[in-house]
Design a protein around this ligand. Sequence first.
Ligand code: MN3
Length: 201
Amino acid sequence: MTHTLPELGYEYNALEPHFDEKTMIIHHTKHHQTYIDKLNAALENNEELKSKDVIELLKDLNSIPEDIRTAIRNHGGGHFNHSFWWPMLKRDTQCKGEILEAINTKFESFEKFKEELTNTALTLFGSGWAWLVVNNGELEIVQTSNQDSPISEGKIPILGIDMWEHAAYLRYQNRKPDYVEAFFNVINWDQVNENYLETRK
Ligand code: MN3
């Protein structure tokens, strides 16, 4: 299969004023597209790996030939992480239902969860992501570097925040705490709840 850019599913300005239109356009059509182009280029001469979807590739990085393993890890990870991220963004939804219950059980309160995810995002050194994942049936907050994906460690992402500068810089420059605060206004909790319920099946 040739990997292609998924539709955003909403307008580039839909997350204003929290995430600005210009950043969304560049992030989706340039950054995400580049991961896809480089992933396709890395797979060009490998018919067997070409038939796999990106999740299959990332779940078993050790089985990938060494000469293209880093490229698949970086660009396949970039493709998967961003494909996961776009539908997880929406303005003005509320954390409710099963995911809220699970968060309250695990972190005591939504506020404590928010604090821990924020700290995890802001203490990341360099580029990477902070995630809420399900690991062995339990909610957990983790960091990954670069475009590493939790699925390569057997963890199922429920929610993620892109902590690369390209996600924030035009509007927030070095004010990463403001960016993380803004992110909490554009989490699509209905999607996050769906992601969570998928892991309970
Ligand atoms: Mn990004």
